[in-house]
Design a protein around this ligand. Structure first.
Ligand SMILES: [Zn+2]
Length: 395
C-alpha cells in the first residue's frame, strides 16, 4: 500500500472544526484518517508539517488552461499544447488540485486532461467543457464552436460530449475580450440555451453560461443552467431568479481587477472597459453574497489572468462579504458541491481523495498566505510547488 503521513499541521477540513496540530493518514490516494496523535502506517512517507496550515486542495471552477497565449486568431493554434502544459504546472503549484476548464482551443483541454491523468504532465485533475459553444461571431468565437439555432446548438453540445466534455459551456452574451464586442448584448435565445441544457441533461451533464446582462442571467436560470459565469448585472430581480433556480454564480471578480491594473500588450484598449465592469459588478456582487446566492470560486485564468492566481479571487470574494473562511470554504467544499463531487473532493475526511495544500502562513488570517504553498498533494502524490513554478516560461 502506498501511504503518506502528514504530521503536525493546523488542519482546515472544510467539514467541521479546525484541528490544531493534527495528523493526516493517506493510503492509496485517499484520506484514511485525520485527527490528533495518529500513528504513521508502516513504510509511510512522512511529511513534517509543524507550523504549516493545511487545506483541502483548492478547486477553480473557471479556468482556460488550454488557450494559446496569442492575440485573436483562427484555430487550431499549434502552440496551444505547450502553453497548456505550462499552465497546468503553474495552476497545480498554487495549490489548485481540481479545475473545471470552461473552454479550450481545438480540444487541447481534453488532451491535457488525458495527459495529466496518464501521468505525462503535472497538473490538476480536470473536468472539461471542450470547446465553448457560441453563436456565429460571438464572444471569443475564434476559440469556440459556432452554432446557430436550437438544433445546431443541441448538435454542438453532443459533439463536445462525444469528444469527452462532461460540462457544456455556452457564451450567451457578449464580453470584453475584444473592443468590438458588446457585453450588454444577449447572443443566444432562450430556445438555444434550453436545447443545450436538454442535450447535456440527457447524458447526466450540466451547463455553464458566460452571461453579463441580467436578462440573459434570468433566462438561463429559467431554463435550468447550473452556473452563471461572470454574472455582472445582478439586480434584485436577477438575484431572486438565481436563488429560485438553485444556480450558482462564478463571479471571476479578480480578472477584471487584474486587467484594469495590469492591462498591457494586445489588450491595452480593454483596460478602461475592464475597470468599468469591475466597478459596475462590485456592489451587486456584495448584494448577491448578502442574499445567500451560492458563489463558486473561479479565476478565468488564461489569456487575461495568471494561472497561479486563485488567492487573488479568494481575497476579493472575502472582501465582498464572504470573509476569508467563507471564501476558502467556497473554493473547496463549495466548489466540489457545484461540480457534484462533494463525496470525492473538497473536504479533508476519511474516504475523500487525498488532495491537499499546505501553506506557511494562515490563509484564514491573511489571503497573501495563498502566494506560495509549501506542499501540494493530488491523489496522494506530493508535488514540490517550487519545482512546478520553475518550469521555464514558454512565451
Ligand atoms: Zn472564461
Amino acid at each position: 500500500m502506498n501511504s503518506l503521513f502528514i504530521t503536525g499541521a493546523t488542519v482546515f477540513t472544510a467539514a467541521g472544526p479546525i484541528h490544531t496540530r493534527a495528523d493526516v493518514v493517506v493510503e492509496d490516494g485517499r484520506i484514511a484518517a485525520v485527527g490528533p496523535d495518529l500513528a504513521a502506517p508502516e513504510g509511510a512517507r512522512v511529511i513534517e508539517a509543524d507550523g504549516l496550515f493545511m487545506t483541502p486542495g483548492l478547486i477553480d471552477v473557471h479556468t482556460h488552461l488550454a488557450l494559446p497565449n496569442v492575440p485573436e486568431r483562427g484555430e487550431p493554434h499549434p502552440d496551444t499544447p505547450f502553453h497548456a502544459v505550462h499552465a497546468a504546472s503553474l495552476c497545480l503549484s498554487s495549490g489548485v488540485t481540481t479545475v473545471r476548464d470552461v473552454g479550450g482551443n481545438n480540444h487541447a483541454d481534453l488532451a491535457l486532461a488525458r495527459a495529466i491523468r496518464g501521468g505525462l504532465v503535472a497538473g490538476p485533475r480536470m473536468i472539461c467543457c471542450g470547446q465553448a459553444i457560441v453563436p456565429t461571431g460571438g464572444h471569443i468565437h475564434y476559440f469556440c464552436q459556432e452554432a446557430d439555432g436550437p438544433d445546431a446548438v443541441r448538435a454542438a453540445a453532443r459533439r463536445q460530449m462525444k469528444a469527452g466534455a462532461t460540462w457544456i459551456k455556452l457564451m450567451i452574451s457578449g464580453g470584453i475580450a475584444n473592443v468590438e464586442e458588446h457585453p450588454d448584448e444577449m447572443h443566444f435565445s432562450r430556445e438555444e440555451i434550453a436545447a443545450a441544457v436538454e442535450a447535456a441533461g440527457a447524458r447526466g451533464h450540466k451547463v455553464a453560461v458566460h452571461a453579463y446582462p441580467g436578462r440573459a442571467i434570468r433566462i438561463a436560470c429559467e431554463v435550468g443552467v447550473a452556473t452563471i459565469e461572470h454574472a455582472v448585472d445582478l439586480d434584485g430581480e436577477t438575484i431572486a431568479s438565481i436563488k429560485r433556480a438553485g444556480a450558482a454564480i462564478v463571479p471571476t471578480h479578480a480578472v477584471y481587477e487584474y486587467m484594469a491594473r495590469n492591462g498591457s500588450g494586445h489588450y491595452a484598449q480593454l483596460v478602461d472597459l475592464a475597470s468599468r465592469v469591475y466597478a459596475m459588478k462590485s456592489g451587486p456582487l456584495r448584494d448577491a453574497i448578502a442574499a445567500g446566492v451560492t458563489v463558486g470560486v473561479g479565476t478565468d485564468c488564461g489569456r487575461h489572468y495568471p494561472h497561479d492566481g486563485i488567492g487573488g479571487e479568494i481575497a476579493l470574494l472575502a472582501e465582498a462579504g464572504m470573509g476569508l473562511e467563507g471564501a476558502l470554504t467556497a473554493a473547496t467544499a463549495g466548489n466540489a458541491a457545484i461540480l457534484g463531487l462533494a463525496d470525492e473532493l473538497g473536504t479533508i475526511a476519511p474516504g475523500r481523495r487525498a488532495d491537499l495544500a499546505l501553506f506557511a502562513g494562515d490563509p484564514l488570517a491573511d489571503a497573501s498566505a495563498y502566494g506560495a504553498p509549501v506542499h501540494v498533494i493530488r491523489g496522494g502524490t506530493a508535488f514540490d510547488p517550487a519545482a512546478l513554478r520553475n518550469t521555464p516560461p514558454l512565451n
